[in-house]
Design a binder for this molecule. Structure first.
Ligand code: HPA
Ligand code: ZN
Length: 335
């Protein structure tokens, strides 16, 4: 395993499913709380970590939205994003596609401009200092209304050149993709690509809706698609990528034993599965820890590890030329 750990660590990788607010480590949460004079209901970093025990998605989301309350100024969004990129540099991640949740901030009185300025300034520094390329995805909070999503889309239009895609996250059950079909139709007409969380907790029907009604270019999670054989065939044939998040699935109890994690099965079924961290500060690991966890519990080979990494580059929203350059780096590494 030590040999494979080293192999994973040094391998060039892309991350395609990362909520930037979910990369807020307790240490930075405390520092920002102090800087911004925001009260948080924890006395120590250890207390924060102890509170990260979740039995489902909603348990996590309640703490995740509360954690965001320390983010107020442009510099806070910069520090958050740059800390993540520094970590990715250490882990040999060379390309990232990150989500942000504008409504988690605008609903607290922070302007869309503040959020996007801080994040994009860090992304351009990440390119300059670390050579990490990036794309930004704006997610709608699905527990909020269609009207609120339309208003958020309107706010994003002036920043159209900095946002590659729209996404859909937050509480899945009871908030099917169909609720946002018209918003996604408008977003696509405006030139955004589309992704959506589906089949994380929700049934296979939600995955079908994401494909048919939202016309997603990539699926976030998608685990429960495996319950529907026809859907599996469709995903295999179309090669629509799944951004799978192993440690997240474990922490949110979608998967109770890592040895039963479905990612290896997905590969065997011909699905284009990728490895991602989701909310690394909350789920116990970044990219390399996710790769390590599945490698150990599922006895993955170097071949399978390289395949997963290749899928990450192929499923990215980069140009074909950019993808080919990253894949060549990976191939050189594998050889
Ligand atoms: N699922 C849904 N919404 C989210 C997640 C997630 O894992 N992380 C942050 N918002
Ligand atoms: Zn997610």
């Amino acid at each position: 395993m030590d040999d494979l750990k080293k192999f994973i660590w040094n391998m060039p990788k892309a991350e395609l499913h990362l909520h930037i607010e979910g990369s807020l480590e307790p240490e930075l949460m405390f520092a920002l709380a102090r800087r911004n004079k925001v009260e948080i209901p924890f006395a120590t970093v250890e207390e924060v970590r102890d509170a990260y025990q979740f039995s489902n998605l909603q348990d996590f989301l309640d703490i995740y939205y509360q954690g965001m309350s320390v983010l107020l100024e442009e510099q806070d969004f910069y520090d958050l994003t740059f800390a993540y990129l520094t970590k990715m540099h250490e882990q040999n991640v060379i390309h990232v596609e990150i989500f942000f949740d504008p409504q988690g901030h605008t609903d607290r009185g922070i302007t869309f401009a503040t959020v996007i300025a801080g994040i994009t300034r860090a992304l351009s520094d990440g390119l300059e200092k670390y050579g990490i390329t990036s794309n930004l995805i704006m997610s709608f909070l699905r527990h909020l209304s269609e009207d609120a999503a339309f208003a958020t889309l309107a706010e994003a239009l002036p920043y159209r050149d900095r946002i590659i895609a729209v996404g859909l996250d937050s509480s899945e059950m009871g908030h099917p993709p169909s609720k946002f079909a018209r918003v996604f139709e408008k977003a696509k007409a405006e030139g955004f690509l589309a992704v959506a969380h589906a089949g994380e907790e929700g049934p296979p029907e939600y995955v079908c809706e994401a494909l048919d009604l939202l016309k997603v270019d990539r699926l976030d999670h998608g685990n429960r698609a495996l319950e529907d054989a026809a859907l599996v065939m469709r995903l295999a044939e179309s090669q629509i990528a799944l951004t799978v998040c192993p440690l997240s699935n474990y922490k949110l109890a979608g998967v109770t034993d890592m040895r039963a994690h479905p990612i290896k099965k997905m590969l065997e079924l011909g699905l284009k599965a990728t490895v991602n961290s989701d909310d690394p500060a909350y789920f116990g690991g970044y990219m390399n820890e996710n790769f390590e966890a599945i490698t150990e519990s599922l006895n993955l080979t170097k071949e399978e590890i390289l395949n997963l990494a290749r899928n990450g580059f192929e499923a990215s929203f980069c140009s074909d030329t950019e993808k080919q350059a990253m894949i060549s780096r990976l191939e050189a590494y594998g050889a």
